[in-house]
Write a protein that binds this ligand. Structure first.
Ligand code: UDP
Ligand code: MN
Length: 265
């Protein structure tokens, strides 16, 4: 029998309000497929655990994925060091299929139909703004967990880090998934399209690329980057909205307002 789950991950308090907002937005899509939260084993009985437990969602404790400390220190994208923990999703074999969701997303419309996609399916984030980008974004992925997949992903960690280091770029879980599946770009049936992963800074490009006003076509908004919108102070939010208006990024402004609506709902 098929057993489906949405899964997200949290390793520290910085992401707490993100997980809460994701959970709220997903619930409002009317889905009956449960959201499970992956947390590091070491967080069991911590303040973070007690906060996450209030959400009344199933918490799955998993071991850390150890990365050489030198790799962590040298990572140009420091906020991605903990993202390797996401690789654990591949070993959740209690489920037949998973839709993994980053904690920095809001789901605007029901996405249960994504479970019909094969493993691994995803989309390139920011494709409208950067048509030359070929790798998939690991913020939202459909996958079938298996121990073989998990072990193979673990073996991809070092080659992925070395590949990105050679390019003088930072690295995270996404590079490992792309290292595992470099041919993704040639498999259109594994690409569910950018409307399921519209990165907030590219919403205006997305709307422009899809013609007239296609904001309504967006299923998932993804608030990427180190400085998460739910952690901004009131004054930082005012400055952000001021900047977006000045730069005529009206759709991004709408996306950020929508995020705040879900955050304070
Ligand atoms: N994450 C986490 N702790 C961290 C960094 C990341 O729990 O310190 C998880 C969280 O679910 C987050 C995901 O890993 O959404 C990917 O990281 P992030 O979304 O910050 O990367 P971005 O999308 O900004 O590249
Ligand atoms: Mn993200």
């Amino acid at each position: 029998m098929e057993k489906y789950a949405y899964v997200t991950a949290i390793t520290n308090k910085w992401y707490l309000r993100g997980v809460k907002t994701l959970a709220k937005s997903l619930r409002r899509t009317g889905t009956t497929i449960p959201l499970h939260i992956m947390m590091p084993k070491k967080c069991c009985d911590s303040d973070l655990h007690r906060e996450v437990a209030k959400l009344n969602l199933e918490i799955i404790f998993l071991p850390d994925i150890e990365i050489d400390s030198e790799y962590c220190t040298n990572n140009r994208m420091a906020h991605w060091n903990d993202t390797f923990f996401k690789l654990n999703v591949a070993q959740l074999v209690q489920f037949t299929k998973i839709v993994f969701l980053d904690a920095d997303m809001i789901i605007l419309k029901n996405i249960d139909h994504l479970f019909a996609y094969p493993s691994i399916s995803a989309t390139t984030g920011g494709k409208s703004a950067h048509p030359e980008w070929e790798e998939f974004n690991s913020g939202i992925m459909v996958l079938e967990p298996s121990n073989v997949l998990f072990q193979t992903l673990l073996e991809c960690i070092v080659p992925a880090i070395e590949r990105k280091t050679a390019l003088k770029l930072g690295y995270g879980d996404q590079d490992v998934f792309n290292q595992y599946y470099p041919d993704w770009k040639n498999d259109p049936q594994h690409n569910f399209g950018e409307c399921y992963n519209v990165e907030h800074c590219f919403v205006d490009d997305y709307v422009k690329a899809t013609g007239s006003n296609r904001f309504d076509g967006i299923y998932v908004l993804h608030f990427i980057g180190e400085n998460k919108i739910w952690n901004k102070s009131f004054i930082q939010l005012i400055q952000m909205f001021h900047g977006l208006t000045k730069d005529k990024k009206y759709h991004e402004r709408k996306a950020c307002l929508l995020y705040l609506k879900y955050l304070y709902l």
